[in-house]
Every structure is written in C-alpha cells, then in structure tokens.
Ligand binder design. Structure first.
Ligand code: ADE
Length: 252
C-alpha cells in the first residue's frame, strides 16, 4: 500500500510508533508540527500529532495529503463515550463521522456541511473492518502483554469491547451528561464524541482518500470524567493505539 499517515491526538500516543520507526525516522517541522517519516512493518509511514480541535486537525490532514502524498489516513486517540454500553476502556471504530457543532440553519439542515450536501462523512469500509479485526485480535490474545496486567486491573479493563458506528466531533470538550444525552437524541446511533475526526473525514472526502478513525473511550462525557486522564492516556490508550495500529499495518 502507498504511504500511510498515522495521526495521533496526544504526544504519548506517538512514542510507540517512533520506536518502531527506529533509525528510519526522519523528522521535519512544518507549520509548528513535527512530521516523522519512516518505515514500519514494510510500509512507508508518516506519523504526526493532529493538534486539538477541528481546525488544527484539518490543517494537519491537508498537509499530509498535499505535502506528504499519503494514500490513507489512520487516526487514533481518545473519545468520550455517549452510546449505551460504551464504557471507559472500550474501543470505537468509526463507520461515519459528523460535526456535531455544524449548524447553518435555516440555510442548510442541521449538521450538514454547507455545499457538500452531506452531514455524515464515511470512513473507509475496508480500513474500518481491518481496524476492528485488529482490535479484536489484540484484545483476545495480547492485551495483557501490550497494555500490562497492572494497568488493566487498575482501570478495571478486563474485557474491553469493540464498537463500530457513528463518531461526532466538535470544538467542545463534553463534560455534561445532559449535553451528551441531547447529542445522542439528535444523532441516532451516536457512540462517541471527540474533537477532530469529522474534520479529517471532510478533508479526506474532498481528496477521495481512505480514512480510519479508532478511538479509546477515556470518559463518559459527564462530570465524572475526574479520573487520572493523563495516566489513562499514557498507560492504556497510547498502548492500545500502538498495538491496534501495528496489527492493522501488519494486515495491510
Ligand atoms: N475526548 C475525550 N473525551 C472527550 C469528551 N468528553 N469530549 C470531547 N472530546 C473528548
């Protein structure tokens, strides 16, 4: 497959990939972003932090497509779970993404991105299936090795589930159960919220570029998200991301 972009939302999530690239990694700094170009599992890879929020992520995605000529984008990070049964430690793989703060009514229907005729932007079906299979394989066989039994026990993650469906992105950190419930009501089938994926999906759609978005649930988008977020990202989410995306690269 052609060059693959691995886009992470948090610095901790890039470390495993940089280790994999080893000496092949070349760092280029552009527009305040560090792009690491190298090789993993026989694939040419560009790894970069997205920045936080839709604009930062759209700029990053555009650069990956225009300057780095990638042929596919894999986005990994954390999200707030809003769907029924979507728990902390679960994995959500997007089959479609929507910008929940897009609202140009009465000119256009709510959520529709003006002049595209679309509210929902599809992820690439093949990549999404491979991502789901990779996550399931790692969870079934290698989770304790990849993440560490101590961390799994500490966060009560004995049996994470893999969900696929709708992810919504907006320039808001959702920490209010009422707001999460409203989003769930307004967007049937909504599983999780985050702040970047749907803008990357819009950029990829404009370029006809395949995209997979794979998120670990770090909180339930309510006021109880008061556990140690930093430690969760470092000890769980970043190791999940690395293990799943590595498995995905092996499968491509
Ligand atoms: N990323 C992780 N949790 C989130 C939340 N609750 N809202 C938005 N983005 C998130």
């Amino acid at each position: 497959m052609s060059r693959i972009a691995i886009v992470a939302a948090m610095r901790e999530e890039l470390h495993g990939f940089l280790d994999d690239m080893g000496r092949s990694a070349v760092k280029e700094t552009r527009a305040g972003r560090e792009f690491f170009v190298g090789e993993i599992a026989g694939h040419e890879v560009v790894a970069v932090l997205s920045g936080i929020g839709k604009v930062a992520a759209a700029i990053t995605a555009t650069m990956l497509l225009d300057r780095y000529g990638v042929g596919a984008v894999v986005f990994t990070g954390v999200a707030g779970g809003v769907g029924d049964g979507v728990r902390v430690g679960d994995i959500v793989i997007a089959d479609a993404l929507v910008q929940h703060d897009m609202d140009a009514r009465p000119l256009f229907p709510r959520f529709e991105v003006p002049l595209t005729g679309k509210a929902l932007f599809a992820a690439d079906a093949r990549l999404a299936t491979l991502a789901r299979d990779s996550a399931r394989q790692v969870i079934a066989n290698d989770l304790a090795t990849e993440v560490g039994a101590d961390a799994l026990a500490e966060f009560g993650l004995d049996a994470p589930r893999v969900h696929d469906g709708l992810i919504a992105s907006g320039d808001q950190f959702i920490a209010d159960a009422g707001k999460a419930a409203q989003l769930r009501a307004d967007l049937p089938g909504l599983l999780a919220v985050e702040m970047e994926g749907a803008s990357v999906a819009q950029v990829c759609a404009d370029h006809g570029m395949p995209l997979a978005v794979m998120r670990t649930i770090s909180d339930r988008a309510d006021v109880h998200a008061a556990f140690d977020f930093g430690r969760f990202v470092e000890q769980v989410a970043s190791r999940y991301s690395h293990a799943f995306v590595r498995r995905l690269l092996d499968a491509l």
